[in-house]
Design a protein around this ligand. Structure first.
Ligand SMILES: [Zn+2]
Length: 289
């Protein structure tokens, strides 16, 4: 058969290689996670960096006499043997606020100047806000024994509670787990788990008479009176006993009220009944043996 000009010309060639299509596995789109605390987290990081700069400073002692003239020559020589200071107390607080969200807001606003290492929500969720090795602003002005700068040697735990409601089982359960971990990690003595009211009886009512101190003591955090009480001696010096436990007795009424809110819990008057005195006598022997 003859081919015309427009007839297809049959050329016996190899069929073209199939076009390779690279299959690109598309990554599923990453969900955009909005972190409402990103701004304050970055302030936290900036602050820790600036604190590290202070730690790195090599500074010789500056010893001046009373006239302000350096009296003793001094020199920096770095020792090779040191570590980081650890907390030796735990201070328990209630937030006195209506929600965990309100408290987190309070602790992430610079203007409030307050914070705590931990906050425990009503559902038992534990929020960690300040590294345990850093100084949170939770205890403020007060005195316990001879300790006045409690913030420098303590961890502050705030419990979401408005001050008039019972603590939830979930938050107490989480608190006990947290305390066990802190006690072990930092080797905190049993006696050194106290309330904000104990440290600052003139200023603070927390964690208040609804806080389960007996349960804490049963688990090795703080002390509680024995079930059978020996009567306090007739000449029992309750003021000295309170002072030796740790209370600031410069305002004795405030000290008694704080003691009762912690160890008696059924009334918050400044009077010590015979039973209260027996409790005090018993507790005093644990704190000041
Ligand atoms: Zn407090």
């Amino acid at each position: 058969m003859a081919f015309t000009a427009c007839s297809p010309k049959i050329v016996n060639t190899k069929p073209p290689d199939p076009v390779k299509i690279d299959v690109i596995k598309a990554e599923p789109p990453k969900p955009v996670v909005f972190n409402p605390h990103a701004a304050t987290d970055s302030i936290y990081t900036f602050k820790t960096d600036s604190l590290l700069a202070i730690v790195k400073q090599q500074q010789s002692a500056m010893l001046f006499d009373s006239t302000g003239v350096a009296a003793i020559p001094s020199e920096w020589i770095g020792s090779v043997n040191f570590g980081i200071r650890k907390a030796n107390y735990v201070i328990i607080h209630f937030t006195g606020q209506d929600s965990i969200a309100q408290t987190i807001k309070t602790f992430t606003l610079k203007i409030t100047e307050v914070s705590a290492h931990y906050v425990i929500g009503k559902d038992g969720k534990v929020f960690h806000l300040v590294n345990d090795y850093l100084r949170a602003n939770h205890a403020g002005v007060g005195k316990w024994g001879s300790v006045t700068d409690m913030n420098s040697i303590s961890l502050g735990i705030e419990i979401d509670n408005n001050g008039t409601e019972p603590y939830t089982d979930a938050q107490i359960k989480s608190l006990l787990y947290l305390l066990a971990q802190l006690k072990k990690t930092y080797n905190i003595p049993t006696a050194n788990f106290i309330g904000h009211q104990d440290f600052a009886p003139r200023r603070k009512p927390d964690p208040g008479p609804l806080f389960p101190w007996k349960l804490l003591a049963d688990n090795g955090f703080g002390y509680w009176s024995d079930p059978v009480l020996e009567p306090a001696p007739d000449n029992f010096d309750y003021k000295t006993a309170l002072r030796l436990i740790g209370y600031d007795t410069s305002d004795i009424n405030a000290a008694i009220i704080a003691f009762k809110r912690h160890f008696v819990q059924d009334d918050s008057t400044a009077q010590l009944s015979p039973l209260d005195l027996n409790v005090l006598y018993n507790v005093y022997q644990k704190y000041a043996p």
